[in-house]
Design a protein around this ligand. Sequence first.
Ligand code: F6P
Length: 253
Amino acid sequence: GVMRELTGIDKKEDRLAKKYSINEVIIVSGNSDTSPWVKAELGKECASCIKRNLSGENIIAVTGGSTLAAVADMLTPDSRKTLFVPARGGLGEDVHNQANTIAANMAAKMNSSYRVLYVPEQVSKEAYLSFMKEPAIKEVISLIKTANIVVHGIGDANVMAGRRKSSPEIMMKIKDGNAVGEAFGYYFNEKPEIVHKVHTVGIQKEDLDHADSVIAVAGGSSKAKAIRAYLKMAPSATTLITDESVANELLKG
Ligand code: F6P
């Protein structure tokens, strides 16, 4: 639109997509750390991006978090067939931040369906392995692995480890490895190297290469380092939806 041209946002989007060799970048104005309505704008852009990428039949894998919750708020009914699934099993989040909750809310907003994946976290190895053999569990996992669209958040490593009440050992691992960011349960540093991975089922990093579209949605200047590091290893099918505070940081250097 005219506004995007006048403010030069469209040029910044193109420059960033080229710089990080990803499919597309969408920038909303402001800083979502300081202005709550900016997160709602990220949600709105992400919801329309999901709609643009829909085929006749879809499996959409989603992660958790408050940004994804803002995306759910903006979705509207659609006649195309869509199944929402959580991207990965338990990551230690509170129920309102969990991918299962987001998947159910998105399905409700789009008049579509969803499946949940409850992974037991504090159980013996034997219990875990027999759980994994359950046909119903195996079915959800295989649905997750065939998702054509993946929508995910990105977070600051320390913030996420704290939010998940990670053990002192894991906190140390994250600190010693200089982790700056987190996505899908993977904690990574600026290089980027994976310094810690939450052990759970569902989408693994390699699986992202099979999705038609991967939509990363994250904003707020406090996440700039995390987002920059993530983009260095993001699959080329990625669309980044972020805010101007992050975009300006990413364009530097
Ligand atoms: O735990 C799910 C998750 O998507 C993380 O992978 C990500 O770091 C975080 O949530 C983002 O949360 P928020 O949108 O609340 O910052």
